[in-house]
Design a protein around this ligand. Structure first.
Ligand SMILES: Cc1cc2nc3c(=O)[nH]c(=O)nc-3n(C[C@H](O)[C@H](O)[C@H](O)COP(=O)(O)O)c2cc1C
Length: 318
């Protein structure tokens, strides 16, 4: 786009965003579990160009994960049942983090546990490590001490796990990643905010399944999995819109982000930044390519920075 003065408006665009106390060069962050630890993509993507990268979920002990097949394609989306496979927090700190520190991008550690104490212990082990900008708490996990009920499905449980995690996370901001399939996501978001969350990530995958009825078997090694990709975008867009109006802390939007238009949609309904997940499976460079198109996209909606666009839809349609 060239103006009549010969100045390209996209040259004057500021792509940086502020998520609480952390400033990101741009709002594009690779989503947990879809980008390995970041290192696996470093030969394909210039990690320095991304606003940030969220690690695979980290647990107290290594986890081998679910049996194959772990992924299956669905119309406009994908099902996964990886089973939260990871090397465990200690090996992450020792082997992965020293390599990741070399990149000039924010690294966010995604954390999970099967009981409250495990969440706290993982954070405690990360506290002394250098090179992390924030924690992201995955609360879509079954709480073994409460009969397998997921942490993220009940406001009281959300408040409890976030409060304890916040006490442990003295050095860094705590983001809380919400489950999408809950009765009132605004209520859950508020519970997390009340307990001290510094930002909310909305949202995780949707519980789903795909079967082969000819053989009466699941198309995943696990019986069920999580649905992601463009198929879920209209649903998560609404969730981000709802949560953003319920809380004051920043919201990170994700679910089916594939291009600049998707980013602008999430920001318009209230997201401060977005995460790119499944798109990296079909095109590993997707996140970097989105970054490349942001300045033009923003200038095309007549904005010079993302703050001007954040929540604009909500303000104009309240
Ligand atoms: C293969 C795979 C593994 C994932 N692993 C994690 C994980 O370890 N922790 C987590 O919080 N979310 C995990 N997610 C959820 C994504 O981070 C994201 O919330 C979801 O896929 C929706 O975004 P998308 O439609 O852009 O993929 C995973 C998703 C996929 C597809």
């Amino acid at each position: 786009m060239v103006s009549f003065l010969g100045v390209n408006p996209s040259d004057r665009v500021d792509l940086s965003v502020q998520v609480g106390t952390v400033r990101f060069a741009n709002p594009i962050i690779a989503a947990s579990g879809t980008f390995g630890y970041g290192l696996e993509f470093a030969h394909l993507v210039d990690l320095n160009r991304l606003g940030g990268t969220v690690t695979k979920g980290l647990s107290l002990h290594p986890i081998e994960g679910a049996p194959a097949p772990r992924l299956c394609e669905t119309p406009s989306g994908m099902l996964n049942a990886v089973g939260l496979e990871n090397v465990g927090v200690d090996a992450f700190v020792k082997e992965k983090l020293p390599l990741l520190r070399k990149y000039n991008t924010h690294l966010i550690a995604n954390v999970f546990g099967y009981c409250l104490e495990e969440y706290v212990q993982v954070i405690e082990r990360l506290e002394d490590a250098e090179g992390l900008s924030a924690y992201e708490l995955n609360i879509s996990c079954p709480n073994v001490k409460k009969g397998g009920m997921q942490f993220g499905s009940d406001p009281a449980l959300v408040e409890e796990v976030v409060r304890e995690a916040k006490k442990a996370a003295a050095k860094r901001p705590l983001w809380v990643k919400l489950m999408p399939l809950v009765t009132d996501i605004g209520l859950i978001g508020k519970a997390a905010e009340l307990a001290g969350a510094d930002a909310l990530t909305v949202a995780n995958t949707f519980p789903a399944m795909a079967i082969e009825s000819r053989f009466q078997r699941s198309r995943l090694g696990n019986l069920t999995g999580g649905l992601s990709g463009p198929a879920i975008k209209p649903i998560t867009l609404r969730l981000v819109w709802k949560v953003s109006r319920a809380v004051r802390i920043p919201v990170l939007g994700l679910g089916g982000v594939e291009n600049v238009a998707d980013v602008l949609d999430y920001v318009s309904v209230g997201a401060t930044a977005v995460q790119v997940g499944t798109a990296s499976f079909s095109d590993p460079k997707a996140s970097e390519e989105i970054v490349g198109g942001l300045a033009r996209g923003l200038s095309e909606v007549n904005c010079f920075n993302f703050k001007e666009l954040t929540g604009k839809f909500s303000k104009e349609n309240s």
